[in-house]
Design a protein around this ligand. Sequence first.
Ligand SMILES: *Cc1c(COP(=O)(O)O)cnc(C)c1O
Length: 495
Amino acid sequence: MSIKYVSTRDRNNRVNASEAILQGLASDGGLYVPESIPQFDFNFRELSDMSYQQIAYEVMKLYLDDFTEEELKGCILRAYDIKFDDPLICPLHKADGAFYIELFHGRTIAFKDMALSILPHLMTTAATKNNDSHEIVILTATSGDTGKAALEGFADIPGTRIIVFYPRDGVSEIQERQMVTQKGDNTFVVGIRGNFDQAQTGVKKMFNDQMLAGELESSNFRFSSANSINIGRLVPQIVYYVASYARLLGSGAVSDGEKVNIVVPTGNFGNILAAYYAKLSGLPVAKLICASNENKVLFDFFETGIYDRNREFVLTSSPSMDILISSNLERLIYRLAGEDDASNRRFMESLVSEGRYEITEAMREKLFDFYGGYATEEETASTIKRIFESDDYILDTHTAVAAAVYDRYRRETGDKAVSMIASTASPYKFTRSVMRAIGADDAQKTDMELTDRLHEISRVDIPPAIEEIRNAPIRHDTVCEVDQMPDVVKKFLGI
Ligand SMILES: *Cc1c(COP(=O)(O)O)cnc(C)c1O
C-alpha cells in the first residue's frame, strides 16, 4: 500500500510522495503531511552497524515509497558522499552530559546541508518519474543558512534554477559572503530590504500568484520550494535521529528500547518536526525539547496555547532562529486538531488576519511530547563559555541556545534520561559571536582574522567552506525592496 500525502488545508488534496516533493507547498497553501505515519519496520540494533547511507535508505523508503530502490539509493549516494568532511556524515560528540549530533559536516557547515544535499536529486528524480518536463525554479527565502545550502545543493543541477532572497541586515558577514560568492550558472542571489519574515511572506505570495504561475507555465518553468516545508527536506532529517540513536545503542550508551530526549534549536520548526515524526514512526523518544532564542514565539505557544506573532522582532546572535512565523508548526497544529483540515485552516487564516491563534484545551493536552524553553543572549553566550571551559568543546550560537535550554530543563525537572542535542552549525559559521562569548573578540579584527584566531584557540580545523570564500569573487549584487521580488524573478528567468 502506498503512502499518500495530504494537504493540511484540504485533505482531499492527496498526492504521492514524489508529487509532494515536486510541488513543495500544496496549491491550497497547505503543507503536505503523510496521511498515515509509516512505522519503522526494523529494530534499531540492526541499524547500529550500518552506514549512514544504508540507514537513510531504510528510513526514507518508508516515507518516500513511490521511489524505486534504485532511484532512492541513487539519490542517497549522490547526496551523502565526500561533500561531507566526515565519513559518519553526522558524528556524535559527548560533552556536558549530552550527545551532540554534529549536523554541520556538509558543504556549508550547517545542518541544512543534511537535507539540501539530497533534495535536488529527489526533485529531479521525482520530475522524471512524473513525466514533468518543466524546468524547476527553486524560490527560497533564507535567514542565512538555507539559502547557501540550497544554492550549493542546486548549483549546476540540470533542469533546475535557483533564486534565493535574504534579508540584507539579518545575516552574518560570513553567511552573506558565502551567498554572494555562489558559483553556478543557474544560481541567483538577491538581498532584500526587509527581515526574514518579509522575505518568506514575499516568496509565499509568489507561490500563490496565479498570474505569475501562468507566465511561468507558458515559458515551461515551474516553481518549487527548497524551504523546510518541502517533505523532501523533512524526510531526510528524520534519518539522523534514527542513525544517532542506533549509534548510541551500538556503543552501549543506551539499551534496547531506552527512551532519549531530543533537544533542537528551533526556528521554522522543521528540524524538531522531523524528530517528532521519528518518534511517531517508532523511535524511542521521551521529550522533544524545543529551544528558542529571544524570538520566543514557540516558547510562549507551548506555555499558553497561543501562537502570537505580534511582537518585536529581535535580531540575535543565532540569526537562523530569528523567526516569528514557524511555517512547519502548521503540520503539528493539523495533527493536534485531529487531522481536521477545516479547523487547521481557520487557525492559519487567523494567523494571517490577526497575527495569532489560540488552540483548544483538547489540543493543548496533546502537547505533552514537547517541552518549550528559550535562552537569552546572555545565557547563550555564557553557555558557550561554560562548555568550552569544562569540555574544551566550542558550540555555535544556535547549538548553544539548545544547550542552555537543556541545562535549564535538566535543573528544573531532574530528568536524567540520555539526551541528544542537534548541533546545527559549526562555530566557524558564527565566528564573531562565538569569539565574543569566550571573551576573545576583537572589534578591530575582520571575521576572517577571527576565524584564524578561533582555529588557534580550538585546534579544530577550519572547514573548506570557509577557506574557499576568503578570496572568492562576488558574483551576486542585486538588492531589492520586498514588493519588487516578483519583478526580479521574472527578469532572471527572462520572462
Ligand atoms: C535553520 C537553522 C535552525 C532552525 O531550524 P528549523 O528547522 O528552522 O527549526 C537552527 N540552527 C541553524 C544553524 C539553522 O541553520
